[in-house]
Design a binder for this molecule. Sequence first.
Ligand SMILES: Cc1cc2nc3c(=O)[nH]c(=O)nc-3n(C[C@H](O)[C@H](O)[C@H](O)COP(=O)(O)OP(=O)(O)OC[C@H]3O[C@@H](n4cnc5c(N)ncnc54)[C@H](O)[C@@H]3O)c2cc1C
Length: 381
Amino acid sequence: MSETGSWDVVVVGAGVVGLACSAELSSRGLSVLCVEREARAGQGTSSRNSGVVHAGMYYPTGTLKARLCVRGNASMWSYVEAHHVAHARTGKLIVATDVAGEQKLHDLLARARQNGVAELELVPVAFARSLEPNVRCRAALWSPRTGIVDAHALMHALAAQAREGGADFAFHHALAGLERRGAGWALHVIDARGERSTFEAPRVVNAAGLQADEVAALAGIDVDEAGYRQHYVKGNYFRLRRRGLVSRLVYPVPEEGLAGLGVHVTVELDGAAKLGPDVEPLAGRALAYGVDESREESFFRAAATYLEGLAREDLTPDQCGIRPKLARPHVAWTPGEPARDFVIADERARGLPGLVNLLGIESPGLTASLEIAREVADLLR
Ligand SMILES: Cc1cc2nc3c(=O)[nH]c(=O)nc-3n(C[C@H](O)[C@H](O)[C@H](O)COP(=O)(O)OP(=O)(O)OC[C@H]3O[C@@H](n4cnc5c(N)ncnc54)[C@H](O)[C@@H]3O)c2cc1C
């Protein structure tokens, strides 16, 4: 690939969303360049998550999160089967341990039905216990369509598909400037040696994850005015040293305002399990990936409400990931702030034709990635 060139579309960011966009756009016959500042794909949030293929019951009806998650669940299961990506359709229990929680399960079921979630049902406690003998609850929802996927293998498959479609990749290239040139865009990039070059394209997809607001600002958008400023909210995990406590995904009822889904048990493809993620707003823009060990006690207390036989010694600090949370314009995100929807914005109305910005792509972004890519490709048609 030449250092300077032109393509139909430049996708900024090679996380799961940028890769899915690259694969989708190249499959529609467009020439694609995917620009990534790291040495390889998937070094950001896409490799720091729970790997859960969600069913779509949590999100307000009609939102992009709800629609693209429900559709994404179906398309993700088809994709991983067709492309031999490691996965397990483990199913998931959402459990309530008190009366208030039981009411929330009913509300969740009603919302899930409005969202078109398939197969979710309230099940007898005995059924839940037969699936997971160590889980204590007074009511439970069972979601057989929820499961887990190997996120790295998924990204590998998407990158291979994009390459087969003719897409080029420029790793170690950080976008540093974005300006209108003629009827399209000039993208100024800096490589690992600090050398500058320029790519040109009539269309640009901003899939820069945690830095997507910075990329939008490069295009001249006032991110505070637009409500595009992303606030960093860390999610810590603690690993369970002991295997066999649970073999499926087990979630408590979600937190108010959907700050997070509550400290849940995520199983992994090798049978290991971890607790988390929690919700820890970060003050600045530093990507602070250390796990705060003092949180162990709160993790233990949260999980012990529904997990019998859990001991403090079972927990050990694990990974963490950072969510790009959107708040209202000019408002810093705090845990009381309702979760905002994904932004998939065709910026023509701002006088920036050909630019699509993706912001606030937090969970269920992995599940919805293939459907986000279809939305983007439709916008750029
Ligand atoms: C703790 C946690 C748990 C989660 N669990 C789940 C889950 O179980 N299921 C689910 O569906 N979703 C989950 N998610 C959400 C999901 O992980 C994300 O929505 C998804 O990974 C976002 O992908 P992305 O491609 O937008 O971002 P990223 O993976 O962060 O990719 C963005 C890429 O852009 C690159 N980039 C940034 N700036 C530039 C630049 N200037 N130039 C070039 N490249 C640039 C970065 O290096 C990065 O590689 C979770 C998220 C978190 C934080």
